[in-house]
Design a protein around this ligand. Structure first.
Ligand SMILES: N[C@@H](CCC[C@H](N)C(=O)O)C(=O)O
Length: 277
């Protein structure tokens, strides 16, 4: 099976072109291929498939094999792959995901895609235990108690997949692995959740670090940065246009008046290979 390693600001996945390849067990393959010692090493597996309702379709599997609805950094790479490899030579192009069809505008250099702007769709405010409550709800944040010594004020936003956003004063004081994992698996999130700790520098700029559902600490999360943009506005901390610094690079976000969130960032192809197992 031929594969391609790609990343969006360090959020790295193994991509398989399922216009030409068949993957029978994506759950098992994602666990094996993502292993950083015994596999290729990645945050998960992304399948690029033909679609009957969009220009192509993506399926995203986390490193633990769980399938997610959407991947912001991954969808920019999917768009780059299908354009650069001439599977879909359109700009803008559309990608079918479990979170709906997304439209992506491509930016090229020497005929190859270097970055992309994705319409990430409309966010939904969630409440722990009552996921997917409509955005009209008045409840913006909640206290999440991990144990008698640790609790966080959280804002939970769905970008098709679930995100728990926590604004903090100091990113250096965090126990991201311990607390991120505990929040991901907290009983109030029956589908588990992605977790983001965010420091606001000023209303147009934040730094964030992420614990991803099913993959652990990653260098970036595009749906997560989109959720942070929304959570910042709802908490009166940030403007609708936001520059987010993530460990792997920067993303530009905008929550526009029609309520769609737009995310812009880089996409890169690193190498191709053949999986023998
Ligand atoms: N890294 C991604 C999100 C991948 C899926 C996520 N871990 C989930 O389970 O929801 C992104 O860039 O959005």
């Amino acid at each position: 099976m031929k594969f391609t390693k790609m990343h969006g600001i360090g959020n790295d996945y193994v991509y398989v072109n399922c216009f030409h390849e068949v993957v029978e067990d994506p759950v098992g393959l994602s666990k094996k291929i993502s292993d950083r010692h015994f596999g290729v090493g990645s945050d998960g597996l992304i399948l690029i498939l033909p679609s009957e309702i969009a220009d192509c379709k993506m399926r995203i599997f986390n490193a633990d094999g769980s399938e997610a609805q959407m991947c912001g950094n991954g969808i920019r790479c999917v768009a780059k792959y299908v354009y650069d490899h001439a599977l879909v030579r359109k700009n803008p192009l559309t990608v079918e995901t479990l979170a709906g069809i997304k439209t992506i505008e491509l930016y090229t250099k020497n005929e190859r895609v270097c970055s992309a702007r994705v319409n990430m769709g409309r966010p939904k405010l969630m409440r722990p235990e009552i996921p997917m409550v409509g955005a009209e709800t008045q409840v913006v944040d909640e206290m999440l108690v991990l144990n008698e010594n640790t609790s966080f004020r959280v804002t939970c936003v769905s970008m098709g997949n679930p995100h728990c956003v926590i604004f903090v004063d100091d990113l250096k004081q965090l126990h991201i692995e311990k607390d991120g994992k505990a929040i991901e698996h907290h009983r109030v999130f029956p589908e588990r959740t992605n977790v983001h700790f965010v420091k606001v520098h000023h209303p147009g700029e934040v730094t964030m670090v992420t614990w991803e559902r099913g993959s652990g600490i990653t260098l970036a999360c595009g749906t997560g940065a989109s959720a942070v943009c929304v959570a910042g506005v709802l908490n009166n901390l940030t403007e609708r246009k936001l520059l987010a610094h993530l460990p792997g690079g920067d993303l530009e976000l905008e929550w526009v008046e029609d309520e769609n969130v737009y995310m812009t960032g880089a996409a890169a192809e690193v190498f191709t290979g053949e999986w023998l197992l």
